[in-house]
Design a protein around this ligand. Structure first.
Ligand SMILES: Cc1cc2nc3c(=O)[nH]c(=O)nc-3n(C[C@H](O)[C@H](O)[C@H](O)COP(=O)(O)OP(=O)(O)OC[C@H]3O[C@@H](n4cnc5c(N)ncnc54)[C@H](O)[C@@H]3O)c2cc1C
Length: 386
């Protein structure tokens, strides 16, 4: 792995950092107070991100995207992670899974999403199927050249803003030596079609302004041309394209942790107790030392996985290790930073309690810490299986 950044990467980091400071950070308090990002503000962020070339940076250049490789995207995500999740999300990096679009889907979904004209959301989780996605109850039953969809998805991020959903549904059953197993198909489903309802989900303590929704399908008919990938091969498409989503989560944790650590360091260097700054007490300064060390370690894991992905050599456990360590690191860093701030850390006047709350979801979404450990341990034990 080459630790020297190219000129282009350095320039991108500087551009994103400036963009975050000028275009996003000034709106953090507003988003926090309103628990919403105004549609005009989303529009403004879209426009400005397109102007500076940050929009759809992960998509291939020939399709109108930024054409950045996984390593450079990770560097960009670290910077974007410094601000409120709801704000940085408007600097869209369309889901890589859209690269599976074919035929008319390219004109209807992929290209308009890269241009910023359409926005997608990804609908997998259900009330009874979280970590165990294959147990999903949403059914897609074939009826001629259509499918009839029935079921409910929940926790679907951004479905309130999105124009369409990438929906995963059980489309059949396969007999395996371990018993019957659901076959899953992925569909592109436009919001606004009959018998597909989107309801705002309950309020989360993490990432105010970034909402999740319930998606309800009642005998909703979808044409077979809406299948993303191939029938019954939904998880193949997901496995091929969604690994890097975990890397995005991990990379953003680094940016956020660094911002919190900087605030804690400044507080430790200025807050006085017992006639001296609290940073002079080892109980405080060692916390800062641990934060800095863990952030660097997490960054190495993220950049390593991103570098492997750039060279098409990454495996599931590389993403899992990066996500596991970076999200757990952020939990420790925000908690220790709050401790350094003392009582003030819990007050709404300062953003520390927000970072502390925001950190919590990172260990849950995109696969919980336990599921990441499961992936890592399976990769260690697999060679010993008969
Ligand atoms: C704010 C938010 C936004 C989200 N956005 C989306 C989205 O856009 N699209 C989407 O599809 N999903 C989304 N999710 C869902 C998210 O991915 C799930 O919450 C997550 O996968 C965990 O599922 P669960 O909440 O049902 O928990 P469960 O699966 O019920 O897990 C509960 C606990 O059991 C543990 N557990 C479960 N299975 C095992 C096992 N095999 N070994 C060890 N421990 C285990 C878990 O680690 C966890 O600690 C979102 C969730 C949240 C909170």
């Amino acid at each position: 792995m080459d630790f020297v950044l190219s000129e282009e990467q350095t320039l991108i980091i500087e551009t994103v950092r400036r963009f975050v400071d000028e275009e996003l950070v000034p709106y953090e308090d507003e988003v926090e107070a309103d628990n919403a990002v105004r549609p005009e503000l989303i529009e403004q962020i879209h426009r400005r991100a397109i102007e500076v070339g940050l929009y759809a940076a992960n998509m291939p250049e020939e399709l109108g995207g930024g054409g950045l490789d996984a390593l450079t995207i990770a560097l960009m995500e670290i910077e974007l992670g410094r601000t409120a999740f709801a704000l940085q999300y408007a600097v869209a990096r369309p889901s890589n899974i859209l690269r599976a679009c074919k035929g008319e889907q390219i004109e209807r979904y992929l290209l308009p999403t890269i241009r910023g004209e359409r926005v997608e959301c990804l609908a997998m989780t259900e009330p009874q199927a979280g970590s165990d996605l294959r147990s999903m109850k949403t059914r897609a039953k074939r009826d001629g050249d259509h499918y009839v969809i029935n079921g409910t998805k929940h926790f679907i991020s951004y479905a309130d803003v999105a124009d369409y959903a990438i929906l995963f549904a059980a489309s059949g059953i396969q007999d395996t030596p371990r018993g019957p197993r659901s076959l899953i198909t992925s569909f592109l489903v436009d919001k606004g079609i009959p018998r597909f309802e989107v309801k705002l989900g309950s309020e989360s303590v993490s990432h105010r302004g970034f909402h999740h929704c319930e998606l309800v399908f009642e005998n909703c008919r979808i044409h077979e041309s809406q299948i993303l990938g191939d029938e019954h091969k939904g998880f193949d498409v997901a496995n091929k394209w969604l690994g890097t989503t975990r890397l995005t989560v991990a990379a953003q944790c680094i940016g956020r942790a660094r911002r919190v650590m900087d605030m804690a360091a400044e507080w430790a260097a200025t807050r006085q107790q017992f006639g001296q700054t609290i940073g002079k007490f080892q109980g405080t300064s060692f916390k800062l030392a641990d934060m800095a060390t863990e952030i660097e370690a997490a960054e190495l894991l993220v950049l390593r996985a991103a570098d492997l992905e750039t060279r098409e050599a990454a495996q599931d456990q590389d993403f899992a290790m990066a996500k596991l360590y970076a999200t757990e690191m952020l939990g420790r860093v925000t908690d220790n930073a709050l401790q350094v701030f003392g009582g003030m850390g819990l007050m709404k006047e300062l953003p520390i309690e927000r970072f502390w709350r925001d950190a919590r979801v990172e260990r849950i979404w995109d696969g919980t810490s336990e599921i990441q450990r499961h992936i890592i341990s399976r990769s260690l034990l697999r060679p010993f299986e008969n």
